[in-house]
Design a protein around this ligand. Structure first.
Ligand code: ZN
Length: 268
């Protein structure tokens, strides 16, 4: 049985030259990847992300401002520009990625400013009835507080992309009605706790992604050596790892995650 997958999170602008976008998208199709959500993380990148969506029928996008991006602009300026871009193309199917990153970047925004930027994007997601793609690195408390507060005023969907924590944390997100997205992290022997999360997550609450060109699945490392760039086709390896953790088949995980992604992003 052939399978259909959706890579719910890839950064195609970072990949355009290595290999060429065309080769990469053909490779994805050959591996059963039917649709890709292309992610834009700053204002300069958004036109490139939209261009790929316009040129390829099976590529959709999420547009957002990364926690540490656009530090030279005011919040009002960022929101105005992001909002204008969100309205330009029906293939924008999400706001994000956006969220909290406390990993000690050299250009890191202070936490309070990251929270303001995230909150502004939650407001946009609600306003345009789009789901939210959440980036969370050492920011669980802020993410939960802000999403919980926003959810009290208006219902909206959000996914914790590239989920990288234990079941207790996953449960806190799931209890708020949030989706969990598994990446190549689940293939790593150093992150065994993710197997437990994949085992227990309800079947209608998870997505799969590559976050390519980052987070290359462990078993793909030999194939793409030495450049080590991840690409959308490897979402199949992520799905295989989720299937193994859940004690089920790749077909079942492909079907379920495909259905979940279509519902989450309102794809047809
Ligand atoms: Zn990303």
């Amino acid at each position: 049985m052939d399978i259909n997958l959706i890579d719910s999170h890839a950064h195609l602008p970072h990949l355009t030259n290595k290999p060429t976008l065309e080769t990469l998208l053909t490779g994805a199709k050959d591996w059963g990847v039917e649709k890709i959500i292309n992610i834009g993380t700053d204002l300069k990148e958004h036109p490139k992300v939209l261009e790929v969506c316009t040129n390829y029928q099976n590529v959709y996008c999420g547009l957002g401002i990364y926690p540490n991006a656009e530090r030279d602009k005011t919040l009002a300026d960022i929101v105005t520009k992001l909002e204008a871009t969100l309205q330009t193309n029906p293939k924008v199917v999400a706001v994000g990625e956006c969220g909290i990153d406390n990993t000690g970047w050299s250009n890191q925004r202070p936490l309070s400013e990251q929270e303001e930027l995230f909150e502004a994007q939650i407001v946009l997601a609600i306003k345009y009835k789009l789901p939210l793609i959440v980036h969370n690195r050492n920011g669980t408390e802020s993410v939960i507080n802000l999403l919980r507060a926003a959810g009290k005023n208006a219902p909206f969907n959000a996914v914790i992309h590239c989920f990288d924590a234990d079941w207790a944390t996953a449960k806190r997100f799931l209890d708020l009605g949030l989706y969990i997205s598994f990446s190549g992290f689940i293939t790593r022997t150093t992150k065994k706790y993710l197997t437990g999360v994949a085992q227990k997550v309800p079947q209608d609450m998870y997505l799969v992604e590559t976050d390519s060109p980052y987070i290359l699945p462990q078993s793909a490392q030999i194939e793409v050596s030495p450049n080590k760039n991840n690409e959308p086709k490897y979402v199949r390896i992520v799905a295989q790892s989720v299937a193994k953790a859940r004690g089920t088949t790749l077909e079942e995980v492909a079907y379920q995650s495909y259905t979940n992604s279509c519902k989450f992003f309102a794809l047809h």
